[in-house]
Design a protein around this ligand. Structure first.
Ligand code: SIN
Ligand code: CO
Length: 383
């Protein structure tokens, strides 16, 4: 991590003082940062059929939200003020996006969501709102005025898809220029308005709700619980009200559930690993086009090294690995190499443990990893 990123704070000072607690504005967090895209590039990206994109247009007090993908003509008919276009998962589309995320490697990949970019013309923005997760807002080209408020008053405007705040009065206001950054903890109200044509890069973190965890865990358990036995009532009492459910029946089911629906810490760890490494449902991998034998694959790894596909999520806990929702274990050298791949998302050229190599080979065939390519191909995924 570069020294300037947190304004001179060490990552551990930042975690103690700001993470999940209070906003931090950093001037020149990434000096000379001008951004990763031009206006023409983001508009072109927003026309791609699988990109997740939104356009927000302010017309007086009215806010209009449109979902992409857009047609080039959609941008030609927009006014020259008061709109913004946002593209999610820029790190999947631009190699430099992936490199930018690596600046935040002092935080666990398990918490990282994606890199979003917004392009706005003067007056453009998404309106006053709050997010339920932590975010770093890194200013690219142009100037954006951010107002923030740490307030309990988070009431939303009714009937708005945009989840805008009913009331917002900033307690602090800053004009962010290229390379400046603002960290906001969850629920900090904010509003960023473009003062000039500008780009903002949002490094967003994921924080599933407890409801999501519970649903994920119940799904996980359902697939694994094997329960023996069947309802039995040898001491059945005479029915006075045959329409009534006997209390003893309910009590027996209650007792059985408490005895049978149990889980271990290991199962929780597995559910968490699988859940957090599962790619989002709209993401698909293209299997490798080349066909190589395991031996030829090994040779290429030796010469070229590997990198994760930007859509891949690889996490671990000890020697247990979770790769795009799959779980497996590796031993000794293989585990060390796999941990290195998970931490850095790449592996330098060199000899690899045979057990590890087999896992890599399958992952390569599925399109989850690629041979290392140092060329920066701007918008290489774009059709
Ligand atoms: C934006 O880039 O305009 C919105 C980012 C945010 O407020 O979270
Ligand atoms: Co926000």
């Amino acid at each position: 991590m570069r020294d300037t990123l947190l304004g001179g704070l060490t990552p551990s000072d930042f975690l103690t003082r700001h993470w999940h607690k209070s906003p931090l504005r950093v001037q020149q967090a990434i000096p000379d940062f001008l951004g990763l895209l031009t206006p023409a590039e983001i508009k072109r990206l927003a026309t791609h059929p699988t990109v997740q994109t939104r356009l927000i247009l302010r017309q007086g007090k009215r806010w209009v939200l449109r979902h992409g993908p857009f047609r080039p003509i959609d941008f030609k008919t927009l006014p020259d003020k008061n709109w913004t276009v946002l593209v999610q998962e820029l790190n999947h589309w631009v190699p430099e996006g992936e490199a930018l995320l690596r600046e935040f490697d002092f935080l666990p990949h398990a918490r990282l969501d994606d890199l979003m970019v917004s392009y706005a013309v003067p007056g453009g923005g998404v309106g006053p709102h709050f997010d339920s997760y932590d975010v770093f807002l890194l200013q690219g080209f142009g100037t954006r005025r951010w107002g923030i408020a740490e307030t309990e008053d988070l009431e939303l405007l009714p009937d708005s898809d945009l989840k805008l705040l009913r009331r917002f009065s900033p307690q602090a206001q800053w004009d962010l220029e290229a390379g400046d950054m603002l960290y906001l903890p969850p629920h900090c109200a904010h509003d960023g308005v473009a003062l000039s044509e500008c780009f903002t890069y949002s490094i967003g973190f994921r924080a599933p709700t407890y409801q999501e965890w519970v649903e994920a865990f119940l799904d996980f358990l359902r697939d694994r619980l094997q329960v023996e036995g069947r309802y039995a009532d040898p001491d059945l009492n005479l029915s006075v009200h045959p329409g009534e459910i006997p209390l003893a029946l309910i009590a027996q089911v209650d007792r059985m559930l408490r005895q049978q629906v149990r889980w271990t810490h290991q199962q929780v760890a597995e559910c968490v690993g699988r859940y957090l490494s599962e790619p989002k449902p709209h993401l698909f991998f293209e299997p490798a086009e080349e066909s190589l034998t395991l031996e030829a694959f090994g040779l290429r790894c030796l010469q070229q090294g590997l990198q994760l596909d930007p859509r891949s999520r690889l996490l671990f806990s000890g020697k247990v690995f979770y790769f795009n929702g799959d779980r497996f274990e590796l031993r000794r050298k293989g585990a060390t190499q796999m941990r290195c791949l998970a931490d850095t998302r790449k592996l330098s050229a060199g000899a690899m443990d045979p057990e590890f190599m087999k896992v890599l080979y399958d992952a390569w065939q599925a399109g989850w990893i690629k041979f290392f390519d140092s060329r920066i191909e701007r918008l290489s995924h774009r059709a």
